[in-house]
Design a protein around this ligand. Structure first.
Ligand code: SF4
Ligand code: SF4
Length: 496
């Protein structure tokens, strides 16, 4: 087991797909000409072929790296019995921000605990903007293609201290520069919630409940839970605020600012209704905005309310990214917040309407440098932790947003992809997700088991940490703290 500054980083354990035929980029067809010589079994470096009772079968199509293979079996086959082709199912998954390569490479990280070395693009998507146009500068003045680079980032420290005010609240250090973003009980299943929280506990970080209340099943993980207070106040109680070390106010969500939350009636099962003190089968809205907050003074009353109930708790303030987000951040600092959580416009699960996601809030890569600069000019940057979320999909996105000025990031969708989400955007409808992730249906939710889910998420983040250390190593940095606000480490492909 790795030693990580006193913290025992959890073990990676290979955790394959739950499904019989996992989706990969390629398919290999074997014709009847095959003489079962075993050549393909012998030469394939990825274990795609197996010999079973004297017959050769393609057991793991999904591991094939196709044209990138150093030993292509279809070329080596003495009787040319193998034909390689692209898998048509692969091409129809996802969207420009989460193209099939990113989805499948995230599955690969969740299975093996390391980034794929060939055949899949795991660093950027195909949106043509934002993070996908930013590159990390490793050489003097130019963005290098670091694919295939195996630089070991030694033991760069990835930990982040969350209480920078130096007050009497908890002195919390997370061992990785990310924590789990809020996904409510009702929007996702209890098994999904527990998998995320269990993984966060193993990784020495936190995971947020979202706004749907605080199920009792999370009690064993209290030390690593952030409880959320959102506009609907669903399930908010003094007892739950006292149970945790971090309380998050959600003022708005980057994927749908100005709209609030909406849980369709189909997902309001008896368990969800009990937790939210609502009626089974009726849709639930959490309004926008908090009607008790129209000024920094009102906001301070909110923060003081939490501090009165739990004086040791860190208070995080989650806001979307309007054009005056820098003023909001400074206001939150003066109101007493420990963390300002900026949620940009690309985030959200399949439940957030596209019209809102694509048109309202500012992208996070614009908001973070604006806030970082404003807090610095105000002389309070070192007193508050800036957490960024909203479309951060890969370890490269993490490095980029930290170089733009964030201290840490908050992740949501990538966790779901680790659990085999296919980005079909059906999260909110009917019984919810056919993959058993964003559902409250008892049969569907059993498709995700707690141990399997937690290990998949741990594996994915282990791969992220390796990549982050590799990036820091190449930049000559020993700690993720050194990267904060180092915009000179980035290049924009359109402007340089
Ligand atoms: S190399 Fe060709 S003939 Fe030999 S086992 Fe593989 S597919 Fe069959
Ligand atoms: S319904 Fe399930 S598979 Fe589809 S986008 Fe939502 S979480 Fe992913």
């Amino acid at each position: 087991m790795n030693r990580d500054g006193g913290f025992e980083f959890p073990l990676v354990k290979r955790t394959p797909s739950r499904f019989r035929n996992p989706i990969g980029k390629y398919r290999l067809n074997r014709s009847t000409a095959c003489i079962a010589c075993g050549k393909c079994v012998e030469i394939c470096p990825y274990g795609v072929h197996s010999m079973v009772k004297g017959k050769v079968v393609v057991r793991n199509h999904y591991l094939c790296v196709g044209e990138d293979c150093p030993n292509p079996c279809h070329e080596a086959c003495p009787v040319k019995a193998l034909a390689l082709r692209r898998n048509p199912d692969f091409a129809v998954m996802g969207d420009f921000r989460w193209p099939p390569d990113l989805i499948v490479s995230t599955w690969r990280m969740a299975e093996f605990g390391q980034a794929p070395d060939k055949g899949l693009e795991y660093r950027i998507g195909e949106s043509g903007g934002g993070f996908d146009k930013l590159r990390i500068v490793f050489g003097p003045g130019k963005a290098e293609d670091d694919s295939g680079d195996k630089h070991e980032g030694a033991k760069a420290d990835l930990g982040v201290k969350l209480n920078r005010r130096g007050d009497n609240a908890h002195r919390i250090r997370i061992e990785v520069p990310f924590y789990g973003g809020g996904m409510s009980y009702g929007s996702v299943s209890i098994n999904t919630m527990l998998s995320r929280v269990k993984a966060a506990t193993a990784l020495g970080t936190f995971c947020c409940t979202g706004e749907g209340g605080y199920p009792d099943e999370l009690k064993p993980y209290d030390e690593h839970v952030i409880t959320q207070v959102a506009t609907g106040l669903f399930g908010v109680r003094e007892e739950t605020i006292q149970r945790v070390k971090i309380v998050e106010f959600k003022y708005a969500q980057g994927a749908k600012p100005g709209l609030g939350g909406h849980l369709l009636g189909d997902k309001v099962t008896p368990g969800v209704a009990r937790m939210r003190e609502a009626v089974v089968g009726y849709p639930l809205f959490s309004p926008f905005p908090f009607h008790s907050v129209y000024s920094v003074e009102d906001h301070k009353k909110h923060v003081d309310w939490i501090k009165a109930i739990n004086p040791k708790a860190l208070v995080s303030v989650k806001v979307s990214t309007p054009t005056d987000v820098d003023m909001v951040a400074v206001g939150s600092y003066y109101a007493g917040a420990h963390i300002i959580h900026l949620d940009g416009s690309y985030g959200g699960t399949g439940a957030a309407p596209d019209i809102a996601k694509k048109n309202i809030a500012m992208p996070i890569e614009y908001a973070v440098p604006k806030v970082h600069r404003f807090l610095t000019e105000e002389g309070v940057r070192d007193k508050i932790t800036v957490v960024a979320s909203g479309g951060i999909r890969t370890p490269h996105d993490v490095a980029k947003i930290i170089a733009l000025g964030a201290d840490a990031v908050c992740i949501g969708t990538a966790d779901l992809v680790a659990l085999e989400c296919i980005r079909c955007h059906n999260c909110e409808s009917g019984r919810g997700c056919a993959r058993g992730i964003a559902t409250t249906d008892p049969e569907l939710m059993d498709l995700v088991s707690l141990d399997w889910g937690a290990q998949r998420i741990v594996n994915m983040y282990s791969a992220w940490c390796k990549e982050l250390r590799r990036i820091l190593g190449r930049l000559g940095m020993k700690s993720i703290r050194e990267l904060v606000g180092k915009r000179e480490c980035l290049i924009h492909l359109d402007y340089n």
